[in-house]
Ligand binder design. Structure first.
Ligand SMILES: Nc1ncnc2c1ncn2[C@@H]1O[C@H](COP(=O)(O)OP(=O)(O)OP(=O)(O)O)[C@@H](O)[C@H]1O
Length: 701
């Protein structure tokens, strides 16, 4: 027997039972399970060559009936997207998945198929992460309607690694455990779970190394992938979804990762205590796994152009294809063979020629001459007619029928809804802690902001050093200083646009995974940006500039100056937040925010006198934070300012005269405070927009 000959090997001795939390009698349950499990005798497939049985397909036996995993069934799933190929063309509807039905049980369930066949789309649907507007059909979890927040209960490892690179592996695991495990679990228990995860995932060596970002070298690709998986395993979800977990890994690392997942069938984190040997449900999409990975699979769904080509026990796949006339060559990897079959090329097609005389084989000419979709269509039809499909569909339909019957009889059959594991305050605390760690570990942005403000304060101070009270330049120089200060503060806050764009993927992933509420993330990010990145640098600037320039030496006036400056900063930065939470790209956010700031500058009162503007245009000054800021600073400084002529005579109302000429009302305290209020209102308004946009984006998938 050649070492590398592949065949399906069947376990027949293990107790083939399943968990099924819907109330079916045990015989029915056993029957249901068996239809999805391996055939009881060693099968002779691979063109009839006998193979010794695998000791253990998947390395482990089937999970016990009281398994910790869930059973997911999906019924007539259709997913339709709207595609607009060009600006002039009308949008067209495109169906990606064409009425898929099936079920996944505790164990390792693979979704395979060529690129673009709809694996990720189906995975997202099963994980409750797909856009329900585009979805037709239903997904049942343990025979009950999938709750809308199912994504909070299940683990999901995305195709691209999404993990905070500035934190260490351990810190990332702790972040997940602290936010997603309930309060009832003690701190010590959480630490134990994290330690176990680190140990079991083989991350002990790099547990205290940073994961790494685009700029900072961190752990290796395989360790990064395992960190992503660990973030989900640490909460021991009943169902774990993984989108192409082996992509980008070398074959032995890929095997190591998949073997670890296979272990998790056995109630991953109880593996030491051996409390139980119950399995979890692991569903993943995968491209072309090597043979020893393929051997780990229990269930398999092979897709082609959104249709089912095969669905059933992984160990029966080759047998099935053999039965319809496709033969896996002796040294060929089954995964490559499946792709060849669905793509209609290479060895699979050669096999077709060989098997063309088979009675039940497909129409060889048809396959060879009509590649692509029609081949897929034929394969899908072939499967739908098979006895295997009959078994799977019967089982899935029985679950669906039971759900419909129970619902009709008034039983809501709702899956228990799990809300967030932690409170708003806890979430705010941990997200803030992470944000602060991020700033401390990547201090260049903060240091740059403080340094720029420090030097800019010095520059303004030197340029307008000790302005004095000589009437010839006092007012012009003061308004010039205000211009510098306001423009510096407004445009200096362009950096705020990166707040929600930079971490957008992490936010969407974590929000979908039930780490935190949008509000907790929003306030944590805002507060952790506001104080270190805005308030500290501006305080530095204010103190230097105010005293060097020599504005009026009055405590109240200094604090009003400081407040006006704070409000200018916050309103400018919140405009940046509102824009950045509404767009996905940095360039769009940058251009939009710059445009808004320039527009505000025009109506700010420096470049054009707003009193001389036509009415239809001058109202725009009320949208300008530059205008409010200038008004507040001017009233604060120029009111009650006594200036002196060359001959030494005092002029007490020169400042007021200037204010009047600019259309700035200054008589009452309200005239000053209404400008401060306006900036505060703009800040709150922009924060509200930013929050709503973030909330919206967390729901768009
Ligand atoms: N939002 C979308 N807009 C346009 N096309 C989409 C969208 N979502 C999915 N598709 C298309 O639907 C098909 C299935 O996509 P999906 O990502 O599910 O495939 P896949 O099997 O996971 O592919 P891969 O293996 O390359 O990751 C592809 O042709 C894809 O281009």
């Amino acid at each position: 027997m050649p070492k590398n000959s592949y065949s399906i090997n069947i376990i027949s001795t293990n107790s083939l039972t399943t968990q099924n939390s819907i109330s079916v009698d045990s015989s029915q349950e056993q029957a249901n399970y068996d239809s999805f499990s391996q055939t009881p005798n060693n099968a002779l497939i691979n063109n009839g060559r006998p193979e010794p049985p695998l000791k253990n397909v998947g390395g482990l036996s089937r999970p016990a009936p009281n398994s910790l995993g869930s059973q997911l069934s999906f019924h007539d799933i259709k997913y339709t997207i709207t595609v607009k190929n060009s600006f002039c063309k009308k949008a067209e509807k495109k169906e990606i998945l064409h009425g898929l039905t099936g079920l996944f049980k505790p164990g390792m369930n693979a979704i395979m198929g060529p690129t673009g066949c709809g694996k990720t789309t189906l995975l997202n649907i099963l994980a409750g992460r797909a856009d329900v507007q585009k979805l037709d059909g239903c997904v049942l979890v343990d025979g009950m309607k999938q709750p809308s927040n199912f994504r909070c209960m299940a683990g999901f490892v995305a195709q691209d690694d999404i993990v905070m690179g500035t934190l260490t592996v351990r810190e990332n695991f702790m972040f997940s455990a602290n936010l997603r495990l309930p309060k009832s679990i003690s701190k010590e228990e959480k630490i134990r779970k994290v330690d176990n995860a680190i140990y079991e995932l083989g991350l002990t060596q790099c547990a205290d190394s940073r994961v790494g970002t685009d700029l900072i070298r961190g752990v290796s690709g395989g360790e990064r992938k395992r960190t992503n998986i660990g973030m989900e395993l640490v909460i021991s979800p009943k169902v774990l979804f993984l989108d192409e977990p082996t992509t980008g890994l070398d074959s032995s690392t890929a095997f190591a990762v998949m073997s670890l997942l296979n272990v998790s069938k056995w109630n991953y984190f109880d593996i030491f205590s051996r409390i139980s040997k119950n399995g979890r449900t692991i569903i993943f999409s995968i491209h072309q796994p090597r043979y020893n990975i393929f051997k780990l699979f229990d269930g398999m769904l092979l897709l082609g152009a959104g249709r089912t080509i095969y669905h059933g026990p992984a160990s029966e796949t080759l047998q099935y294809f053999n039965s319809i006339g496709y033969e896996c060559e002796e040294h060929e990897n089954p995964s490559d063979f499946f792709l060849d079959v669905t793509n209609g090329d290479s060895t699979a097609v050669k096999a077709l020629f060989k098997s063309s005389d088979k009675k039940e084989g497909p129409d060889t000419d048809h396959h060879v001459t009509v590649p692509g979709k029609s081949l897929i269509f034929t394969l899908a039809e072939e499967f739908s007619k098979s006895s295997l499909a009959d078994k799977v569909y019967k089982e899935a339909n029985a679950i669906h029928q039971m759900y419909i019957t129970k619902r009709a009889s008034g039983d809501k059959m709702k899956y228990p809804v799990v809300l967030y594991a932690t409170s708003f305050v806890t979430q705010l605390y941990y997200v803030s802690l992470r944000a602060i760690k991020n700033i401390i570990r990547n201090p260049s942005a903060l240091m740059l902001q403080i340094t720029i403000m420090f030097f800019f304060g010095l520059f303004v101070g030197l340029l307008f050093f000790k302005l004095g009270t000589d009437i010839r330049g006092a007012i012009q120089n003061r308004t010039g200083a205000f211009f510098f200060i306001i423009m510096n503060q407004v445009f200096g806050n362009l950096s705020s646009i990166e707040l929600f764009i930079k971490e957008r993927r992490i936010f969407l992933h974590e929000c979908s995974g039930g780490f935190y509420r949008v509000s907790a993330y929003f306030f944590a990010k805002y507060l952790c940006d506001l104080f270190p990145m805005r308030i500290i640098p501006l305080t530095c600037f204010c103190v230097i500039a105010y005293f060097m320039v020599g504005f009026q030496m009055d405590v109240a006036k200094f604090f009003i100056f400081y407040l006006s400056y704070c409000l200018t900063t916050t309103s400018a930065s919140t405009i940046g937040f509102a824009v950045s939470s509404s767009t996905k790209t940095f360039q769009v956010a940058h251009l939009t925010t710059t445009f808004i700031f320039v527009f505000m500058q025009v109506f700010g009162g420096f470049l054009a006198n707003v009193t001389t503007m036509p009415n239809w245009l001058s109202w725009m000054q009320y949208l300008s934070i530059v205008r409010y800021s200038l008004n507040a600073l001017s009233i604060n400084e120029l009111k009650d300012l006594v200036l002196y002529q060359k001959n030494g005579s005092a002029i007490s109302d020169a400042g007021e005269e200037y204010l009047a000429s600019q259309g700035i009302r200054y008589e009452t305290a309200w005239d000053l405070w209404q400008n401060e209020m306006a900036m505060a209102v703009i800040s709150v308004g922009m924060l509200t927009i930013a929050y709503i946009q973030l909330l919206r984006s967390s729901k768009i998938r």
